[in-house]
Write a protein that binds this ligand. Sequence first.
Ligand code: GDP
Ligand code: MG
Ligand code: ZN
Length: 340
Amino acid sequence: MQGQIFKIHSDFYYIHTPDNVYECKIRDVLKKRKDSIVVGDFVELEQINENSKQAFVSKVLPRKTYIPRPKVANIDQIVIVSAIKEPDLDFEQLNRYLCFCEYYKLTPVLCFNKNDLEGEEEIIAQIKKIYEPLKYKILFTSALEGNGIDEFKKLLKNKITVLCGSSGVGKSSLINAICPGLQLKTKQVSQKSERGTHTTRHCEIISVAKNSQIVDTPGFSQLKFDFLMPAEVGLLFREIINIQKKYGACKFSDCIHEHETGCRITEHFDLIDETRYKSYLQFIKEAKEYKKQITYGGKKTETRSKIVHNKEITKISSKKRQISRRKSNQSIHKETTEDA
Ligand SMILES: Nc1nc2c(ncn2[C@@H]2O[C@H](COP(=O)(O)OP(=O)(O)O)[C@@H](O)[C@H]2O)c(=O)[nH]1
Ligand SMILES: [Mg+2]
Ligand SMILES: [Zn+2]
């Protein structure tokens, strides 16, 4: 029998199967992997007896997607909610969320709420001009007046969705608009206070309509690009990739599209929006900090994990890495001399 974990509470795993809900513990063989079993994981279950609603998790199935902190697997899309006004649209924040989606290979949808508010035609035109050519899906809504709510509802159908966006943009209002009966337990922890603490925040998958589920998490708790090399940031911008597809790669493979000669991006500045490039510069600034830390070993330590093939793995610190590389070179040397 297979099911999906929708909630984890201490040692209990709550799992939906097509017909039932089970309260489960995990088999001893999985205990070592305990930390890596997360909400959203599809698992195999073994019932204790035929009529029992209790079971054991015996196997975790491969993941489609994964985001760490808060850990959640197999989400289908991220809806990035912004308000066109009140609070003012923050393009950098929006681009940050978008780039995180690109990094984690998640499908983003841009939802601009509060479109009942008057006098923001300019902003709406700007949004369309920037994001339509990048082929992001865009939705305009008003949780207050109901515009676009049917479309929003349709968007969530047959999917598990994470809603992210700054506080006050209308995330809760949008959910309440499609599911008035739902008492959102969601205590939206502000990203600022969450960062840097060790609280293992539990998230939960909640049904908001038939076959429509959302995860009650604020999305990404880590929102700085201080875990990437500067040259990797460009890969998160669709227009940068498009320019290179069309006009070829930059002269230098580690080009960060700032002032380098032979840079295709700066040669085709007309193809990248000003606000997007501004965000890009901010993100590479953060990545440069990271590069400095791992190159010269600053006070701050490296992030302790990285994502490889959708799995979070613990990184070896650069110091240890060098030692072990030297060691392995020695052993290779030893082997070859012994062979001879
Ligand atoms: N005018 C207008 N106000 C809205 C709309 N959606 C939400 N609000 C208001 O914006 C405020 C914040 O909404 P809330 O749903 O709590 O935002 P959240 O922090 O993202 O969950 C509340 O006062 C809502 O009444 C909308 O579509 N139009
Ligand atoms: Mg809210
Ligand atoms: Zn370049």
